[in-house]
Design a protein around this ligand. Structure first.
Ligand SMILES: Nc1ncnc2c1ncn2[C@@H]1O[C@H](COP(=O)(O)OP(=O)(O)O)[C@@H](O)[C@H]1O
Ligand SMILES: [Mg+2]
Length: 576
């Protein structure tokens, strides 16, 4: 007697259905995708009891003729894919031809449809695997699918469904996501008698985000875009210094399909390192377009994950889009922390720093350039000539040898000299790194370093990176190394200390963000320290260079650089 036997068709169907249909949101997703694939301009989703009792999706798309309507419930029946080659260039949201078959297998389903070519509409009623009736009906062009009593014939599955409101949550999230991907389509989500989402047709993503998330969110977003090698990315993402304390508003779409993707998430957080305060994450609505052959959407039953052929390209696109968006305009100058003002976003209570949108007009520099302060190893190039002519906040002086006080148009600026210099140097190093122009200097007597085992590992894994940054190290056997060359940005006696610091830093970071962190550490180690007296020439240079950077308000580690004391606050204190 054999032990292996074929499963009865009915059981096989139910097992297959389980892979695609897990809960109400899976049904909604499949049906809405079908509506969009059918070219709908309007999609209406109705639920009763979180979708457990009823899910209805109605559209004004192409509809189906009588024969197609009968065929669409057969497994692997699809109008979207004909050959194996088609799998390589999937342009529709659906393609496996199993959604309707799966949904029908585990519910009581009624399909109404009309394709505009026949003079009658079709109604098909089914219950699980059974066809109940096919009827002529009057129906406008389009399709409506009603799914009742999900899992009525799979009690074990049904038991795993949560309460109505809990099942509604993911549905609302999905519908919002679908709406974001298609601003030109009207979306409605109704639960019981309540309209949960109503999004009339609009022209732009920005308007759609406004419809779903409101004005405050939209105001904090900048446009981002980048293109490279057939790939393109565009959308909206947090302005520098904006963002939120969690990662709940990060939406990614690949060729119009909402996806969860680690590469995109990692790229996004790297793109924002140093332009958001520590502990904050960006909001993002990013649309990636790639040639269909360069992305595999056929890796997940619910098609929620994708695989990129060239992840590096995708990474670069995100980094570039955000960097260029952040550098555009003067968004950073517009958002400096203010002392003694709650600011429009009222974040005082939240984190003890107030933020506002000042009109920061700068006065011409009136400070006189004083004599230079000798060679202290820090980088003060270009401090002389153009700092006199340029416009910027006027430096008034130094306070406690750590803060530079300057006059802005409507208040005083108090600038942390170390953090400011760190920002300036970081951007400069990044530029040099991009151009691969690190100036090197030889150490006349190469110091011999006895490295710890973890430092050896860090050095071996990052050999190329250290070489790039201008450090040349030769092994002397065992854990001994000779430091032969160092980047010519600091004094030779600092070289060993800085090199060891970088080694430790490199050991802690993941490959993706290591380079940026190394540059930030280098900037930190070479920047002027708190406690160092600065002359006017240096202060003038620092302030001027600071406001040329992409991000004057934050150091590369996300600490604030500047606070504003508004004139009105001073006036008030002095009863003016
Ligand atoms: N809302 C709809 N409007 C028009 N045609 C539809 C609709 N829903 C399904 N169809 C047709 O039924 C077929 C099967 O749908 P489905 O089982 O979801 O598989 P797939 O979307 O992968 O093709 C589709 O290819 C399409 O031709
Ligand atoms: Mg489908």
């Amino acid at each position: 007697m054999t032990k292996i036997h074929l499963l009865p068709e009915e059981v096989a169907q139910k097992i297959a259905a389980g892979e695609v249909i897990e809960r109400p949101v899976s049904v909604v997703k499949e049906l809405v995708e079908n509506s969009l694939d059918a070219g709908a301009t309007e999609v209406r989703v109705e639920l009763a009891d979180g979708g457990k009792r009823l899910i209805k999706v109605q559209d004004d798309g192409s509809g189906m003729g009588r024969e197609d309507a009968a065929l669409c419930f057969r497994r692997h029946s699809t109008s979207k894919l004909a050959t194996e080659e088609d799998l390589e260039r999937i342009a529709t949201l659906g393609f496996r031809g199993e959604a309707l078959a799966s949904i029908a297998a585990v519910s009581r389903l009624t399909l109404r449809t009309q394709d505009g070519a026949e003079d009658r509409g079709t109604m098909i009623e089914r219950e699980g695997e059974r066809l109940i009736a096919v009827t002529d009906i009057a129906f406008p062009r389009g399709t409506s699918v009603e799914v009742r009593d999900l899992f009525f014939n799979l009690p074990a599955r049904q038991k795993f469904l949560r309460s109505g409101p809990s099942e509604l949550g993911p549905v609302a999230k999905y519908v919002a996501q679908a709406a974001l991907a298609a601003p030109g389509v009207r979306f409605t989500l109704v639960h019981g008698m309540r309209e949960v989402i109503v999004c009339p047709q609009v022209m732009t993503l920005r308007e759609r985000v406004f419809q779903i998330f409101g004005k405050k969110m939209v105001d904090g977003l900048m446009d981002v875009a980048a293109e490279e090698g057939g790939g393109r990315i565009e959308g909206l993402a947090s302005r520098p210094l904006a963002g939120r304390p969690d990662k709940t508003v990060q939406h990614f779409f690949v060729n119009g399909r909402p996806v969860k993707d680690r590469v995109l998430m990692a790229a996004l957080s790297q793109a924002y390192a140093g332009i958001l305060e520590r502990g904050r994450s960006p909001e993002a609505f990013l649309f990636v377009s790639l040639p269909h052959a360069d992305v595999d959407v056929n890796v997940h039953p619910a098609k929620a994950e994708v695989r990129f052929k060239d992840t590096q390209l995708v990474f670069r696109l995100v980094l570039r889009a955000v960097a260029e968006g952040a550098a555009r305009g003067h968004t950073i100058k517009e958002v400096l922390p203010v002392v003694g003002d709650k600011g429009p976003s009222g974040r005082v209570a939240e984190e003890g720093v107030a933020w506002a949108l000042p009109r920061l007009g700068f006065e011409p520099v009136v400070a006189v350039v004083a004599a230079s302060g000798g060679d202290d190893g820090a980088d003060w190039t270009a401090a002389s000539a153009d700092s006199q002519a340029a416009k910027g906040p006027a430096v008034l002086g130094q306070y406690e040898n750590m803060y530079i006080v300057a006059a802005g148009e409507d208040g005083l600026l108090v600038i942390d000299q170390h953090n400011a210099h760190e920002r300036v140097l970081f951007e400069k190093y990044r530029e040099i790194d991009r151009e691969k122009l690190w100036p090197r200097k030889m150490l006349l007597i190469p110091p011999i370093l006895e490295l710890s085992p973890s430092a050896v590992v860090s050095l071996e894994t990052n050999a190329a990176l250290f070489e790039d940054l201008g450090f040349r190290v030769e092994t002397m056997g065992g854990r001994s190394y000779a430091l032969k060359e160092y980047p010519d940005f600091f004094k030779p006696e600092q070289a060993v200390d800085i090199f060891l610091g970088l080694l430790e830093e490199a050991g802690k970071k993941t490959a993706e963000d290591r380079r940026e962190h190394m540059l930030a550490t280098l900037a930190c180690k070479t920047a002027v320290k708190a406690g160092e007296p600065l002359n006017r020439e240096k202060m003038g240079y620092l302030v001027e260079e600071l406001f040329k950077t992409s991000q004057p308000a934050l150091c590369p580690h996300g600490r604030p650089v500047v606070v504003r004391v508004e004139k009105s606050v001073i006036d008030k204190g002095l009863r003016r």
